[in-house]
Design a protein. Structure first.
Length: 408
């Protein structure tokens, strides 16, 4: 069973679920510039209301956990049905929590404490090990990428390991006994996307390799793995405005196929997930809209984009059959940093391409968190409800919440 984590947002409500027809219009394959793709707005009919398990606050995270901007809180459901949380406490402590079915009984352990300022968490797992990652910045220094491992389900954790002395925005993904990682170095002027893979036998990480071919500032990568296939996506300004790029490997990251331009200019912050059957979903935001595209041939070609909502920072998770859950910060405004009127939202899609209507998890101000497919017809979602915090705080604070949502 696939176990992975990618980010979202949200807080409490029951809304209707709907299905629409996927599109099969192909876009060019590797190396092609798709330019101004046509955008297909999803047409929706509304059947009976779907089931959303009552949201619950993750009390162990505290009433004002330090959350950070993008992906500071994550959830991952492993093949044994246990939810694993990673979040920050106080800005300098990385916490792990585990629970079965409900966050009410969450058990927490400090993964890293007393180091530099921490942010931007990530999590992935195999049947043998859980890996947690984060960005850490020492006083007077720059950001670095760290990971730590647990071989007993999160009860104890090994020492923090520096994966990259310079870097941030770590993304992790897993399949079978493989765990892969990507991050970016540098800034919006000059940066690089780096990739590494953990050896399932030795636990050692491979020497990082550069994935992008940009001469500018590629940022905010996301990674997915299924068998020997690996997908890395990021936003890139090599041609001027940011737009989404994808690069894939079919030999476990040893070699890489040509880069693909995935979206029109002024798009970014993509996320990607894949089934075990060649179905790949990729989502991104641009010009205030969240859109998703789907491939049935392992990412060689994709259908036309479908707009699923207004807002920012989408995050995806897939099950083995290619069904997906997508979460994002729902917002009608054009400022991704504005706290007012943000709502955590999600949508689901079947492996055959039908995408449901946007479901709002929170009517109050929320920020990005995470979604994970469970493989039993449901998905876990976590988000940060910012209603208890002051708007505009540099390090966002709020309550961490959890809900179980119905998947295709």
């Amino acid at each position: 069973m696939k176990v992975m984590a990618h980010m979202v947002a949200g807080a409490a409500a029951l809304l209707a679920m709907a299905a629409c027809t996927g599109v099969d219009q192909s876009v060019p394959g590797p190396g092609a510039d798709v330019g101004e793709q046509p955008t297909a707005t999803v047409a929706v009919s509304v059947p009976e209301a779907s089931h959303v398990v009552e949201p619950e606050r993750v009390v162990a995270a505290g009433e004002s956990a330090t959350i950070g901007f993008n992906n500071a809180a994550q959830v991952l459901t492993t093949s044994d049905g246990v939810q694993h949380y990673v979040f920050m406490d106080g800005g300098r402590t990385v916490m792990h929590g585990s629970a079965s079915g409900t966050a009410a009984g969450i058990q927490t352990t400090a993964v890293r404490s007393g180091g530099g300022k921490v942010s931007l968490t990530a999590i992935a797992a195999t049947d043998e090990v859980i890996v947690v990652g984060w960005t850490e910045t020492e006083k007077g220094g720059g950001p670095a990428v760290y990971v730590a491992e647990s071989a007993d389900g999160g009860s104890t954790w090994g020492a923090a390991q520096q994966l990259a002395g310079t870097g941030t925005a770590l993304s992790l993904a897993s399949d079978g006994d493989s765990i892969v990682a990507v991050w970016h170095t540098g800034d919006e002027t000059t940066s690089e996307i780096h990739f590494s893979m953990r050896d399932g036998d030795t636990g050692e990480w491979s020497e990082p390799v550069r994935v992008d071919g940009s001469s500018a500032g590629p940022l905010w990568p996301a990674v997915e793995v299924s068998g020997d296939s690996v997908w890395v996506t990021w936003r890139d300004n090599r041609s001027g405005p940011y737009q989404v790029y994808l690069r894939r490997s079919v030999d476990g990251g040893v070699t890489w196929l040509e880069e693909q331009v995935m979206a029109r200019p002024n798009t970014g912050d993509p996320t990607v997930c894949a089934g075990d059957n060649g179905v790949v979903w990729l989502a991104y935001h641009g010009r205030g809209e969240v859109a998703v595209v789907r491939s049935t041939d392992g990412g060689a070609t994709f259908g036309a984009p479908m707009v699923v909502g207004s807002g920012w920072f989408p995050r995806l998770s897939c099950d083995a059959a290619g069904a997906m859950v997508l979460g994002w910060e729902q917002s009608e405004g054009m400022d991704p940093k504005a706290d007012i009127a943000k709502q955590a939202a999600y949508a689901t899609g079947s492996g055959s391409g039908e995408v449901g209507e946007a479901i709002v998890l929170s009517e109050t101000a929320g920020t990005c968190a995470s979604v994970t497919m469970r493989g039993d017809g449901f998905a876990d979602a976590v988000w940060v409800d910012k209603a208890v915090s002051a708007s505009g705080a540099p390090a966002l604070q709020g309550e961490l919440w959890h809900a179980v949502v119905e998947a295709p």
